[in-house]
Design a protein around this ligand. Sequence first.
Ligand SMILES: *Cc1c(COP(=O)(O)O)cnc(C)c1O
Length: 365
Amino acid sequence: MRDIPFGNLKRHYASIRDEIDAAVHRVLESGWYILGNELSQFEKEFADYVDVKHSIGVGSGTEALHLALVAAGVGRGDHVITVANTAVPTLSAISFAGAVPIFVDIDPDSYCINAAKIEAAITAKTRAIVPVHLYGHACDMPTIMDIARQHDLKVIEDCAQAHGAKNNGQMVGTFGDYGCFSFYPSKNLGAFGDAGIVVTNDTAEAEKLIKLRNYGQSKRYYHDSIGFNSRLDELQAAILAAKLPHLHGWIQRRQEIAALYCLNVRNRDIHLPLVQDGIEHVYHLFVIRHQRRDELRRYLQEHGVGSQIHYPVPCHLQAAYAFLGIKNGSLPVTENYAQTVLSLPNYPELLDDEINYICDILNEF
Ligand SMILES: *Cc1c(COP(=O)(O)O)cnc(C)c1O
């Protein structure tokens, strides 16, 4: 029987072993491990890639969001509009900033926040919107930015799944006040550990974040604000810098795999992803829907194909958020999709022959 895991980071490492090993050795020999040249160099290269003025390396994607929210002045009791079908860390960041998440349902086609429903969720306490470019599909940023400007709201983009995704040719992360990226190992650009980055075009905001990530320090041993310890270390920065030149090719391969699935899956009960006009989807995840999702997942497993569910329990129905008192039934699209979505293997190192096999199994079901 075939064995096609949902992800395969060993194969990924093997494809770039020499470059990674050289970067790791360089850092180990340097004797400098936190806030050095490797990070400054990577920050510059990542900012160029995203086409933005500043990027500030932090400890994780969650911390990128948390620090950006704090820098944006979001604090205790403020309302932050976002979605419930996201990775829980989007919510952790909002909660640790002291704010209350306000959930808006998703658009049935893009799986991203339904921009037409945002205005109805705005209250006097609303301070910010956190759009999540879920699965690698960019949100409707032009509409979201119009609403934010009209209501004087900050926009903090959750780009954790969307490195390189575009809306009308513009990279995600450059529309809002801040763009927050994760380099969790399985992301489109992943470290070999935890790492994240915030991007912004605003120099004053960038300076705030540089202090926030490093104990609020303005110069050595002088602290003019209360900060955190959240830094992208030299080892991960060197690894990410070695990987960044490959990102474009990896995204192209993910898009190619998505196209192969769309071409070869002919099972009419399987709903394939749609890409909206003007969007460049980077397919961090290739997500289908099926009414008998759990059975389909078992069938794939029996045939040696791994899959995942992103996400089985929407955030408003998680035990951690029961205190919000949001009832099942209040976000119908989100709740329906939690029962029907299934993510298929999609990573650059997946072979055509493996994709064809997966398509055969899907067509047989
Ligand atoms: C991965 C992810 C995060 C969190 O990133 P970490 O680096 O794991 O902290 C936040 N939001 C979304 C949508 C994610 O997929």
